[in-house]
Design a protein around this ligand. Sequence first.
Ligand SMILES: Cc1cc2nc3c(=O)[nH]c(=O)nc-3n(C[C@H](O)[C@H](O)[C@H](O)COP(=O)(O)O)c2cc1C
Length: 446
Amino acid sequence: MGPRSANRTEPSRMLPRRLAPLLPNSRLLFRSLNPSLAMSPADAAAAHLTTAPDPDEDICPSPAASAASGAPAAPEEIAPPVPTPLPPPPASAEERVERAWAHWRRLGSPRLVVAPMVDNSELPFRMLCRRYGADAAYTPMLHSRIFSENEKHRDMEFTTCKEDRPLFVQFCANDPDILLQAAKLVEAHCDYVDLNFGCPQRIAKRGYYGAFLMDNLPLVKSLVQSLSENLCVPVSCKIRIFPRLEDTLAYAKMLEEAGASLVAVHGRTRDEKDGKKFRADWDAIKAVKDALRIPVLANGNIRHMEDVKSCLQHTGADGVLSAEPLLENPALFAGFRTKEWKEDGNEDGDGGLDPADLAIEYLKLCEQYPVPWRMIRSHLHKLLGSCFRVHPQVREEFNAQTKLTFEGLHDMVKRLKELGGGIPLYRDQTSLQSQIVSNGLAASNA
Ligand SMILES: Cc1cc2nc3c(=O)[nH]c(=O)nc-3n(C[C@H](O)[C@H](O)[C@H](O)COP(=O)(O)O)c2cc1C
C-alpha cells in the first residue's frame, strides 16, 4: 500500500445501488464519533475523506470508456442480485456438515486458492491468478464497520465481476450486528462470507479483531453464529493456530459447531508473524483436518506446486491457500516457479514466462477492472522485482512518479523488456497441477 493518505475521484459502482439507501450516510460522522479508531489499511483507504489528496488513492480510469467520453469511465456494474432468499432453516449438525460439502462440491471442490491480501488480492489480481490456475480467491480483508457505513469505501474496496467466482469475501469484525449488516451487502456476490481471525498485526490489536479475538472465543462464536443463522451463503473462517494443539482443536471444533462451513488454517501462531522465519506447522493443520468434518484448507509454505502436492499429502487438507508467493509469481498454480525454487538451476529451458508479460497482462486487467493506483503500484513492484533489481534506475523513476497513468506504466514495462535481465518464471518439467487433478490427491473426504 502506498504510504500516503487517501483521496480519490469517481468511485466504481459495483454494489447494487438499491442497497445503498439502506445504510446510514455517515462517511464523515463515523470518524468524528470515534477519533481514536485504529487506522487499519481499510481505515486508511477511507481516510481520504478528511485528508489531503493523493493520486495513488484515485481509481484508475478505464481508457476505452474515457476515450469515448473524455471522462473517467464508470466501471461495469454487476447485475443486480436476485432478491435475497431466506436463510436456510436451522439444521442439525449432520445436515450442516452435509450442506457444507454439497456447497464445496457445487463450486467444483476448489483446491488452489488465492489467499486474502489487503491491497493485493483485488479483482484484477484475482483474475490474473484465475487465468493461471487458481480455482478460487479471497478478497482483501474488509472492515465490517466501515464497509457497512461508508458507500464510497465499499465502492472503492470491493469490486467483482461474474467471472470472479468462486469468491470468498473476507471481513474483520468484533460486533455481530455490524458484521451481519456488512455481510448482507455482499452475500449475493460471493460463495462464502469469510471471517478474518488470523491478522496478527498491531493494527488488529488496537482495532480488536483478527487473531486478537483468539482471546475472546465467545465473541468469535457469536460472530460466526450471527452469519450462519442469517445469511444464505455459507460462512468460512480463516484462523491461526494456538501454541497448544488441544487449544487449536477446541477452537476449530467450536467454529464448526457455531456454523462455519469451511475453515482455512494458517499453520502459524499469532506471535509467528514472519512467514520467512517460521515454517507453518503442517502437523497442526493435519490435526485440524482430522478433527473437523467440514472442508479444511491449509495455508503456509506454499511456494510452488511441489509444495501444494506435499502439503495436501501431509495434511489431508481439501485445498491450499497461497499469499505472498503469488505476488511474485501469479502463475504459481499453473506450475510456474521463480528461479529461487527451480530445481535444476538451468535458466535456459523453454517455457519461461517473462514477468514483464505478466505485468502487462495485469495492467490490461486493471484497465478492464479499475482499482486504486496504490494497488497497481504495489503489484508492479512485486511482479517486476527481478527486473528492478537489475535496473534500479527504472525503479527509482517509477517511485518518483506521483501520478501514474497506464500509458506511462506500459512504457516502463516495455522499456524493462527491452533492457532485458528480468528472470523468467519456469514451468515444472512435469505438470504437477494436472497430476494433482488426475491423481485426486486432495480428493474430498465426503
Ligand atoms: C500483502 C499481504 C496482505 C495480507 N492481507 C491479509 C488479509 O487481508 N486477510 C488475511 O486473512 N490474511 C492476510 N494476509 C495473510 C495471508 O493471507 C496468509 O495467511 C499469510 O501470508 C501466509 O501465507 P503465505 O505463506 O502463502 O504468504 C496477508 C498477507 C500478505 C503478504
